[in-house]
Ligand binder design. Sequence first.
Ligand code: FAD
Length: 481
Amino acid sequence: MHDTSQAGAAADGSVALMWFRQDLRLADNLAIRAAAAGRVLAVYVLDDAAAGPRTMGGAHRWWLRGSLESLAADLKRAGAELVLRQGSAAKIIADLVKSHHVTAVHAGQMLEPWGRAQEAAVAKALPQGVALQLHRTATLYEPGVIRTKTGGTYGIYTPFARAARAMQPPEAPVPAPKRLHGVAAKSDSLASWNLRPAKPDWAAGFRETWHVGEAAAHARLKHFMAEALDRYPEGRNIPGEDLTSMLSPHLHWGELSPAQVWHAAEAAGHGEALRVFLSELLWHEFSANVLWNNPAIGEESQRADFRKLRWRSDPKDLRAWQQGRTGVPIVDAGMRQLWHIGWMHNRVRMITGSFLVKHLLVSWVEGERWFWDTLVDGDHAVNAQSWQWVAGTGVDSQPFFRVFNPVTQSAKFDAEGAYIRRWVPEVAKLPARWIHAPWTAPAEVLAKAGVRLGKTYPEPIVALEEGRDRALEAFRAMRGA
Ligand SMILES: Cc1cc2nc3c(=O)[nH]c(=O)nc-3n(C[C@H](O)[C@H](O)[C@H](O)COP(=O)(O)OP(=O)(O)OC[C@H]3O[C@@H](n4cnc5c(N)ncnc54)[C@H](O)[C@@H]3O)c2cc1C
């Protein structure tokens, strides 16, 4: 937002407090760059109360632990300590400002309503003469600046993306400060926060899948640009292969900035592959803007008529969906991938989301909450916007009456069943022809593959045609109401 240069570093001995939040990186971080002009007190506050019911779930905490560890090591190499504190950010930061004679506080701006409220509380708690300076760290452009010719906001992606592409290209990333003049303060130990699970330890799949932290994010970025960007236009729809960037958690936690990803893609790619990849980054930017302009997007359907839709409340079906026991293999594969590694392929996010909302007629809010709790990349802007898109309740969304058929989707995008075989071993021995809908397979095929429906693998919890009709009926009733 208000960047200052690095001129005059530490000449007057003034102390700036760098409040790290969801910008856990040193490179292309305008906040640390501004703070580095003097001596730096680098702080992360675990403020669980600030987010209320949106407080971090287990997957978020698992990631945060690794990211803070990595940030602390990077800061140390540059000459500063990372001070860890737990409690109210407003109180902790105001106290540190007073005790360490801090003259300015720098932070990355958050888009989430609770982050914005926290910023207001911190600004209010600071002593007279010390300002909270917020910097853009999570988006390509200042949130809210991409507007229609008449100054309105965009609710639809396509014109938003067109307007974004007509802007100046995103600024070139700035390097990490070479040297920091750190100021020490009393700190909690990271281990004492118990951010990772012990008993039960459910994180084996997380450890196998992810390398956390700024250096690991850059390694992943480099790998994707070299190995998969060229195939992205088709590859991004194939969940059984590793052809998307898997950068989303690094972006959510700010280990990478969107501008770094944008410029890396421009340097490595060209043609259709580059165009499609940058369009996805613009979806990220679009979601950020939608949240900025509609802070309640995670709480209620954007289209007011959908607030009257009679969703079903069915804890048993919801639980079967969450646990990947719906009896529809592509849905179960996705939900189990999510549980095991804290991430799900985008195509399958759409399929599982649609199945919950349409075939089970359970509100998107339930799905949004579950994803929030279980994703390592759980990002309020993208998650809420995407759920409303899938559900048909958003301003930009597919029509409610367009119901994804999970079997057709599965046969199209996981033709050989590689993805299903990986995550649903109970049906792994079925031939590709039957793996997408085992309930349609002849008895001898099932027997040969060791599948006993209702015993080794569930019968579908809803007949797809019936689920679809029920959803359309609810939609018609809502329209008539
Ligand atoms: C129901 C639902 C919920 C979702 N929840 C989240 C979420 O909480 N956090 C999240 O980051 N993404 C979410 N997405 C969007 C998308 O699924 C993920 O961003 C993507 O799967 C991440 O994998 P990737 O990094 O390999 O993506 P890539 O295909 O490599 O794309 C590169 C980057 O572009 C952005 N991007 C890609 N697709 C989308 C999209 N459809 N919308 C917005 N940005 C996109 C992401 O930042 C991503 O990291 C959700 C999608 C759906 C359908």
